[in-house]
Design a protein around this ligand. Structure first.
Ligand SMILES: Nc1nc2c(ncn2[C@@H]2O[C@H](COP(=O)(O)OP(=O)(O)O)[C@@H](O)[C@H]2O)c(=O)[nH]1
Ligand SMILES: [Mg+2]
Length: 331
């Protein structure tokens, strides 16, 4: 069975899968538009799979921000697969490209399903959000709080961004909107102290999840990284094995810059997963693959829009479905 058929079966015959794939389809419409156009154009121009075809395909993928070394790996894989299956018609290659994009995401790990968050059962789960200003930390916390709450979990938020004016207020607004409590101190206070209080409150109120906001900017980068280490130490001291996730939030519209942010933050703290926001705002959604392949950190959540329901657990198959949806429908 072609990979397109497999995706079609998965995402068009089951209602809950269909809801997920619709979100991806909407959120990735900008990327899909340019991507499908270019691929269709390639297929129309070449018909036969040859060296020139692969060279042009390379350009299309690089333009979608897939990342140069990831593209090289992908093209090598594709060439082998095309040879193995004895494919000469470029039309058939479309499905193989989508299949290889998923493979590239998983790499050597045999995982078939999406990774998801490391949630503790019957115990407090602490999730720390880090990332530069404006990437979407606070918004993601609000959206995730809403989701977890609707799953029946007791959620508490901590306003650890005490640096940026208005940051505490912004998180409080989210708290009101999704009806969860927010532990906060005043602007300029010690973030480690707020987070400490958040943990005590979460323990005494028997919360299931504590989501901790942090500052994205301080006087300088060294201060920021020191502060994050301190916050993390406070959490570790209060709860063994916590934080259960350190999620680095990256803005997909910043492209390759997101990769360099990831490198800086990974040096200062153990990042366990990436939240990639604003995929709806870019035509270069291929950055998901570059992040996974070049940093080795799993993308756990993606932001596909500004609505509270637009945060999704990252699923490579749904992602690829979102990229190829028009071609899949044409099959
Ligand atoms: N379109 C879109 N906008 C987003 C997404 N996530 C966050 N934003 C917007 O990005 C802006 C900055 O978000 P904020 O949470 O304040 O960033 P923070 O400084 O990291 O806390 C806000 O206007 C959000 O509405 C997303 O997935 N899609
Ligand atoms: Mg914020």
């Amino acid at each position: 069975m072609s990979f397109f058929k497999k995706l079609k079966e998965k995402f068009q015959t089951n209602q809950s899968n269909e809801e997920v794939s619709d979100k991806y389809k909407d959120g990735l419409s900008k990327t899909r538009k340019t991507f499908s156009e270019k691929i269709n154009d390639l297929v129309a121009r070449y018909r036969k799979v040859d060296e020139d075809f692969f060279e042009d395909l390379e350009e299309v993928l690089i333009a979608a921000d897939v990342g140069v070394s990831t593209v090289m790996d992908l093209i090598d894989e594709l060439k082998m697969e095309v040879k193995r299956r004895n494919i000469s018609d470029t039309k058939e290659v479309k499905s193989v490209i989508s299949e290889k994009l998923v493979d590239i995401y998983y790499g050597d790990s045999e995982e078939e399903s999406s990774v998801g968050l490391n949630m503790q059962e019957n115990e407090l789960t602490v999730i720390l959000f880090v990332g530069v200003n404006g990437v979407g930390k606070t918004t993601t916390i609000g959206k995730l709080a809403h989701q977890l709450k609707s799953e029946g979990k007791k959620v508490l938020l901590t306003a650890g961004d005490t640096f940026r004016a208005g940051a505490i207020e912004q998180l409080s607004e989210w708290g009101k909107r999704v009806e969860v409590d927010v532990i906060k101190h005043s602007e300029g206070s010690d973030p480690a102290a707020v987070i400490y209080d958040g943990i005590q409150a979460a323990k005494s109120r028997e919360a299931d999840v504590l989501l901790c906001d942090t500052a994205g900017r301080l006087q300088n980068k060294v201060n920021l990284m020191n502060e994050l280490s301190k916050v993390k130490r406070v959490i570790e001291r209060e709860i063994p094995n916590a934080p259960h996730e350190v999620l680095l939030v990256l803005d997909a519209t910043t492209g390759q810059n997101a990769l360099s942010q990831a490198k800086t933050f990974s040096e200062a703290t153990d990042v366990s997963g990436i939240v990639l926001t604003k995929l709806d705002g870019t035509a270069k959604g291929g950055i998901v693959l570059a992040i996974r392949n070049e940093l080795g950190i799993p993308v756990k959540l993606v932001g596909l829009g500004e609505k509270v329901t637009d945060l999704q657990t990252f699923d490579p198959q749904a992602f690829v479905y979102g990229l190829f949806a028009d071609m899949i429908d044409d099959e």
